[in-house]
Design a protein around this ligand. Structure first.
Ligand SMILES: NC(=O)c1ccc[n+]([C@@H]2O[C@H](COP(=O)([O-])OP(=O)(O)OC[C@H]3O[C@@H](n4cnc5c(N)ncnc54)[C@H](OP(=O)(O)O)[C@@H]3O)[C@@H](O)[C@H]2O)c1
Length: 308
């Protein structure tokens, strides 16, 4: 948890949360770090979102229902579930032994055969990736540049876009990142530490058809899209910021509704969507996971193992 804006996350014993009306209590087995957690811990969301200190960090969870509040009809104790903590304001989180979430948003059953470990890295990044891909709607044969492709959101977006037949150009730095991008279906990789524009222009001289922007300079990247193309961003970039370029721009807000979570879980259980886990940490190693998350060179997700 975090005690103040920008404080180092620390492990602390606190009372178990209890479910209120319409809420479900879950014994957490697995979770993962997201860019959101890192920004929250660093205090970058100060003023943006209402905080209630101490803030329990963590959005993703997979685990088992232990108790339900009054009025809950869709879940029962003993059921395996996964999802994203999506309560308004910040205070409750999933980096703990228990989390309480509302029944109606951010919660879905875990399909048979999908391990906690895989579902624990799926929630927020998967929802954001699907929203990004849906927003730019790539069709077979189109070129799609994904900037930030090697991270949690990006490595899912590469797979979802490649499955629709897009020729994905993925940013990647190191050998392991390049290898993973190709394994996940990217047609090409470009190294964003070099001249990104020149590398992309060599692959797509008239510009790419669309972009998913998860990292990097949005204006430089928008200049690589062909006129009339599409641009989606998880970083709040909107059409006003991109000036008079003739692009369709979508600022993504990842909303973990049941239909989306069910779809992601089905795709993962069927092995059509593959989480890449760079490293797994125990609950008392979460501060180290935050330190590692801010280093570059990770591929995919940093997972947290909590139960058993
Ligand atoms: N709006 C929403 O609803 C929503 C939802 C989910 C996520 N987000 C945001 O989306 C962003 C991505 O999230 P995430 O969880 O995927 O984070 P992440 O795991 O840290 O991924 C970011 C990736 O971007 C790469 N990168 C860094 N600088 C780059 C550059 N200049 N050009 C290209 N790639 C670069 C990083 O590679 P290296 O490790 O090699 O540096 C890393 O692989 C975060 O800012 C997060 O807060 C927003």
């Amino acid at each position: 948890m975090s005690e103040s804006y920008g404080a180092m996350p620390e492990i602390r014993e606190i009372p178990e949360p209890e479910p209120g009306d319409g809420e479900v209590k879950i014994e957490v087995q697995a979770s993962s770090l997201n860019g959101f957690d890192a920004k929250l811990a660093r205090g970058f969301l100060d003023g943006d979102v209402e905080h209630q200190f101490p803030v329990i960090l963590g959005r993703d969870f997979a685990g088992i229902v232990t108790e339900v509040g009054r009025g809950v009809s869709g879940f029962m104790p003993g059921e395996k579930v996964f999802g994203v903590v999506a309560k308004p304001g910040l205070g409750d989180g999933s980096f703990g032994e228990y989390v309480v979430v509302p029944e109606e948003i951010g919660l879905a059953p875990l399909p048979a055969g999908l391990p906690y470990r895989a579902a624990g890295v799926l929630g927020l990044a998967g929802v954001a990736a699907l929203a990004c891909v849906d927003a730019v709607a790539p069709v077979h044969g189109e070129t799609l540049l994904i900037s930030g492709a090697t991270g949690g959101v990006g490595h899912y977006a590469v797979q979802l876009a490649a499955a629709r037949g897009a020729a994905v150009i993925a940013t990647a730095e190191t050998g392991p990142q390049v290898d993973l991008m190709h394994q996940l279906g990217a047609a090409h990789t470009v190294d964003h530490r070099g001249d990104l524009a020149a590398q992309v222009r060599q692959l797509a001289p008239d510009g790419v058809d669309s972009v998913i922007h998860l990292a990097g300079d949005p204006e430089l990247i928008a200049d690589l899209v062909t006129p009339g193309g599409r641009f989606s961003s998880t970083l709040g970039v909107n059409s006003a910021q991109l000036g008079d370029r003739s692009l369709t721009v979508t600022a993504i807000e990842a909303i973990p509704d049941r239909i989306v979570l069910d779809h992601l879980a089905t795709e993962t259980a069927a092995d059509r969507l593959r989480p890449s886990i760079a490293r797994t940490y125990l609950l008392d190693e979460v501060p180290q996971a935050f330190a590692d998350f801010s280093n570059s060179g990770n591929v995919g997700k940093l997972a947290i193992s909590i139960g058993g």
